[in-house]
Write a protein that binds this ligand. Structure first.
Ligand code: ACO
Length: 326
């Protein structure tokens, strides 16, 4: 059966750094509290006037170059984002135009922090089904645009960035399994309430700061640990693999304590778990994409390795996917 493989990876992080010490000057918090509760030291912030498509473009150019592919050869572009440039057109369309990838069809995926995993699995299925060959998958976020910089319980967490992957068909077994899930009954645990069709932007929405992320962090913490453990176990079972077979776990980077709790419950040593949250914070769909790219750049992934993605986010949505690096 036809499968897919990743042939190029790229990432782009804006150069502007926002440290915990900078945040101490904005809200009642401390570097010590943020590091102890989240593991985050700093995050990146986009320049004014740029959007998710710009970050996506910068990461895609690198991924294309590493894949030895021209943008004109792309058949499909999928951008995972919850911070699109505009409600419509999609960020994928803007990216297509930046890249001059005229042949590619394009759409966005909205699955919060699980977005990159959802998009990867979608790309794999398009390739497996034979409809498209060369697929660009990007996780790109400008969470600074929806962060309430007066709310210390959320503004310490989020950052901006993008990661890209190029997928092509292979006769070998590149993608081994996937497990995606959702629970819309818990949508209010993490939500951007204002600015959509239910509550369009208005003076009242802005006065009540409803155009910013609202989160019940404590609840989410417990849900994230439980669900990420379940998701990884389900995808491993589907692939007929054991945790000992895994060479690298690439978890969503929401909180270092969540990742360590998941690793402990899965019984996987921390040296097999990729962590970069200290440098970037939570970049939603971009987190897994950037983590994968950095793990590869750091030579933590070799041919034949089993790599497990495990992500969870607002929706609720979650996803785990297992690939063999070929
Ligand atoms: N600095 C100092 N004190 C703070 C801060 C801060 N930045 N934020 C909250 N506190 C205080 C609270 O007011 C509270 O004080 P109190 O005890 O006097 O009431 C105390 O610290 C403890 O607050 P908690 O909310 O219980 O802190 P917790 O240990 O849960 O950490 C955190 C909060 C970091 C948000 C954590 O709950 C978390 O990471 N949750 C999960 C986030 C997540 O996974 N999001 C999902 C993915 S994101 C996506 O999908 C886009």
């Amino acid at each position: 059966m036809k499968s897919a493989k990743i042939v190029g990876l790229g990432k782009y992080l804006p150069s502007k750094r926002l440290t915990n010490f900078d945040l101490e000057k904005k809200v009642d918090t401390s570097d010590e509290w943020i590091r102890a509760r989240t593991g985050i030291k700093e995050r990146r912030i986009i320049e004014d006037g740029q959007g998710a498509s710009y970050l996506a473009y910068k990461s895609s150019v690198i991924a294309l170059k590493r894949a030895g592919m021209k943008a004109k050869d792309l058949d499909l572009i999928i951008v995972a984002t919850i911070t699109p440039d505009t409600q419509f057109p999609s960020t994928a369309c803007y990216l297509q135009n930046y890249l001059k990838a005229a042949k590619a069809c394009c759409f966005d995926v909205s699955a919060a922090c699980a977005g990159f995993v959802y998009a990867l699995v979608t790309a794999w299925q398009f390739i497996r089904g034979g409809l498209y060959k060369n697929v660009l998958v990007v996780g790109s976020e400008v969470l600074s645009s929806v962060t309430d910089w007066q709310d210390r319980s959320t503004c310490i967490l989020f950052g901006d960035g993008a990661g890209a992957a190029i997928l092509t068909p292979t006769s070998k077994n590149g993608f081994l399994s996937a497990y995606l899930g959702g629970d819309g009954s818990q949508s209010d645990v993490l939500i951007l309430p204002g600015g959509g069709s239910r509550l369009p932007i208005s003076k009242e929405v802005i006065d009540k700061r409803l155009h910013y992320i609202k989160m019940r962090g404590n609840e989410l913490f417990r849900l994230a640990v439980r669900i990420m453990v379940q998701a990884a176990k389900k995808s491993l079972t589907k692939a007929k693999l054991k945790i000992e077979d895994v060479n690298l776990l690439v978890p969503h980077q929401a909180n270092e304590r969540i990742i360590k709790a998941v690793a402990k419950r899965l019984n996987i040593p921390l040296d097999k778990v990729y962590l970069n949250i200290s440098r970037y914070g939570n970049m939603s769909s971009a987190s897994s994409a950037v983590a994968l790219c950095e793990a590869w750049e750091d030579k933590k992934i070799s041919k034949g390795d089993i790599v497990v993605f495990d992500a969870f986010g607002g929706g609720l949505v979650w996803g785990s996917c297992i690939i063999k690096w070929i």
